[in-house]
Design a protein around this ligand. Structure first.
Ligand code: AN7
Length: 354
């Protein structure tokens, strides 16, 4: 069951809305003991693995609602600017709906898997000499002047779909977590999760709200540095964004929840990325690892108060927003690739270190 059917009462749909779904959502919440050990006794760290959505990222939650509403409203085409995942998702849902999809990407700055997805799903892919922020300005203007629906997260239906991630977390834990960590790029997702947690509490489905913890990459941290970053830099290309569209609502999520938006370096992101893969067994893309890098940094800074009550552990949920397979180049680049040997058992045993 996709998120529209599962959480219909919380979404802006009616019986007349055509449901364009790829059965997104219902992603696993994976307990990560090696990370709990880092944070300390009294804490449980969970990973909401959004990489297991149909196109491999959290964007599908918002896209099922945005594309369904676009079709309901009679739109024949959608457009988005993207650092990769939004374009992959928009392309897939448009293909499903049988409508046209145009995506504008920063030339040479999106991961290979994401480009492959946009192309194979039949989107018109246009690479611009410029960054994501410039591409977003263009698609905003395009959707004002031409008959094409904008499906970036400035489209409120995207936020409504994405908020269902917090419903699932509460449904699985039986309550809201104490802390919720996620990477911040265009800042739609932190806005969406906070909205979801608040709505679930208002409807009596949960009793408390988490402390929201957002993490930007150090070279692309406009919210942390309180200024537009003209030339954002980071290996985490998904969150290479210098002027987030949902800046204000991200700050509201931070402030209303008593939380933080901080930055992590590329080295910290890569360390968390490898730790997740080789200690926890979960392969997420680098941008996603920012949520975990942030938790590790905050734990080292003593941010989480000591909790000695073993019967009342505190839950920290990190959202892993996209699958590691989206960006295979990065995994290969940061590790030693194998050098071929002869098919000789003795030599192979020696290499294997057995
Ligand atoms: C894996 O695809 O902005 O703060 O154009 O792909 O809601 O923007 C992607 C963002 C985190 C940041 N993790 O979320 C796009 C795009 C991954 C992402 C983010 C993105 P927002």
């Amino acid at each position: 069951m996709g998120i529209i059917e599962r959480y219909r009462e919380f979404l802006p749909v009616t019986d007349k809305t055509p449901v364009i779904t790829l059965e997104e959502g219902s992603t696993p919440l994976i307990k990560a003991d090696p990370l709990s050990d880092i944070v300390g006794k009294g804490y449980r760290v969970w990973l909401k693995f959004e990489g297991l959505n149909p196109t491999g990222s959290f964007k599908d939650r918002g896209m099922t609602v945005a594309v369904s509403k676009a079709v309901e409203e009679g739109s024949k085409a959608v457009v988005c600017a993207s650092t990769g995942n939004t374009s992959a998702s928009a392309a897939a849902y448009s293909a499903r709906a049988g409508i046209k999809c145009v995506v504008i990407i920063p030339d040479g700055a999106i991961a290979l898997g994401k480009l492959a997805q946009a192309l194979i799903h039949g989107a018109k892919v246009i690479a611009v000499r410029g960054n994501f922020d410039q591409a977003l300005l263009i698609v905003r203007e395009m959707s004002e002047k031409y008959p094409i629906t904008l499906v970036n997260s400035v489209n409120p239906y995207r936020i409504d779909g994405q908020k269902t991630g917090s419903f699932e977390i509460c449904d699985i834990l039986g309550k809201a977590p104490e802390y919720h960590s996620l990477p911040v790029g265009n800042a739609g997702n932190i806005t969406a999760y906070w909205k979801g947690y608040k709505e679930y509490r208002e409807r009596g489905k949960s009793r408390s709200l988490p402390v929201m913890m957002g993490f930007q990459a150090a070279g692309s941290a406009p919210i942390v540095e309180k200024r537009i970053i003209k030339k954002p830099e980071t290996i985490a290309t998904a969150i290479k964004i210098g002027n987030p569209a949902s800046w204000k609502t991200a700050e509201e999520a931070r402030d209303q929840s008593g939380g933080i938006i901080d930055k992590v370096t590329d080295d910290e992101i890569l360390e968390a990325y490898k730790f997740l893969a080789d200690r926890v067994g979960v392969f997420a893309e680098p941008a996603s690892a920012a949520s975990v890098a942030g938790i590790i940094r905050k734990a080292r800074e003593g941010y989480f108060p000591a909790n000695s009550d073993p019967d009342n552990k505190k839950d920290i949920v990190c959202v892993l927003t996209g699958h590691g397979l989206k960006d295979p180049d990065r995994a290969i680049k940061c590790l030693e690739t194998p050098v071929a040997v002869d098919p000789d058992l003795k030599e192979i045993i020696k290499k294997a270190g057995l």
